[in-house]
Design a protein around this ligand. Structure first.
Ligand SMILES: Cc1ncc(C[n+]2csc(CCOP(=O)(O)OP(=O)(O)O)c2C)c(N)n1
Ligand code: SF4
Length: 286
């Protein structure tokens, strides 16, 4: 099935700040939709609450914008109900690593066949600039006026150690490579984490486009993506010219959905309901 850019267009124009990295993540995703024919018949978007979540209003695909921190359980539920759908989760570092941290760990561990696009701006954008689990130590924010006392965590390291089978990092300023990463993430069977370095030009002046252009590099094409130790090492690096982009880790292992006997023949939604009359069922338990 073909997808044209016009098929994805909604009447709403983004309210993101001019220069926000969300614009180019959105553009790369739409490129990938057009290249691979992702549309309303085969794909669904789930987002958390945050600036990133507005993407669902600007992309004409079936979408669900849930409670803050709860995008992942909604996405895993959708995938279990109809595993033929491509399920893309757009989430923030606050959404998936703070309030949603528990879901993040277990979605990785279970290797659900969903794709997580983490808009990693190292700050809470929508609530106007509080520290997130990605905010560097010492960084002054509204919630840490004397400097952040905590160390940031690496979502890549966390995902690898929790059992994720595809772990990659992209940069919002490189639309071509980001489009490729979207496609590779969706071709992978199992969970894919695509951590996207996303400048928040309003509340995080340190992690700017200039900073990322200066300090990121793509891993070599001969990088052994199955080498867990090497992937760990790369995922932990963060410093001058030491921020790795590309697929850091990828291994084959059964996804959660592929191991559930009830859905091997057909998706759950294609099975008739076991109980047509719920009242009788309720009576049984009252
Ligand atoms: C249950 C709940 N807790 C907290 C909030 C307040 N809240 C809304 S967005 C947000 C953080 C947004 O940061 P992030 O997830 O990184 O997304 P960004 O805005 O940076 O894209 C918070 C704490 C909320 N709306 N609901
Ligand atoms: S506050 Fe930051 S993340 Fe939110 S729209 Fe503005 S630049 Fe983007």
């Amino acid at each position: 099935m073909m997808t044209q850019l016009a098929d994805l267009t909604t009447p709403y124009f983004p309210t993101w700040c001019p220069g926000c990295g969300n614009f180019t993540i959105w553009a790369a995703f739409k490129n990938a939709c057009v290249q691979k024919g992702w549309n309303n018949t085969n794909s669904v978007l789930v987002a958390g609450i945050g600036c990133h979540g507005h993407l669902v209003n600007y992309t004409k695909l079936t979408a669900f914008e849930g409670l803050h921190g709860r995008a992942l359980p909604v996405a895993t539920g959708i995938k279990l109900a109809n595993h033929r759908l491509n399920v893309f989760v757009f989430t923030g570092d606050g959404d998936s690593l703070a309030e949603g941290g528990n879901h993040f760990m277990h979605a990785c561990r279970r290797n659900h066949d969903i794709k997580i696009i983490l808009h990693d701006n190292a700050i809470y954008g929508l609530t106007t600039g509080q520290a997130s689990p990605r905010t560097p130590r010492g960084f002054k924010t509204k919630s840490t006026p004397d400097g952040n006392p905590d160390d940031p965590i690496s979502p890549l390291t966390l995902a690898i150690s929790a059992g994720a089978s595809f772990v990659a990092r992209g940069y919002a300023g490189d639309i071509t490579k980001l489009t490729e990463l979207f496609i590779k993430a969706n071709e992978h069977r199992g969970i894919a984490l695509l951590d996207v370095l996303q400048p928040c030009v309003t509340f995080n002046k340190d992690y700017s486009h200039e900073f990322y252009r200066e300090n990121t590099y793509y891993v070599e094409t001969n990088h052994d993506v199955t080498n867990k130790e090497e992937a760990f090492k790369l995922s932990l690096e963060w410093g001058p010219k030491r921020i790795a982009l590309g697929i850091l880790y990828q291994v084959n292992k059964p996804s959660c959905e592929s191991q559930i006997p009830q859905i091997t023949q057909k998706p759950l939604i294609e099975n008739p309901p076991l109980h047509n009359n719920l009242e009788d069922l309720f009576k049984k338990y009252t």
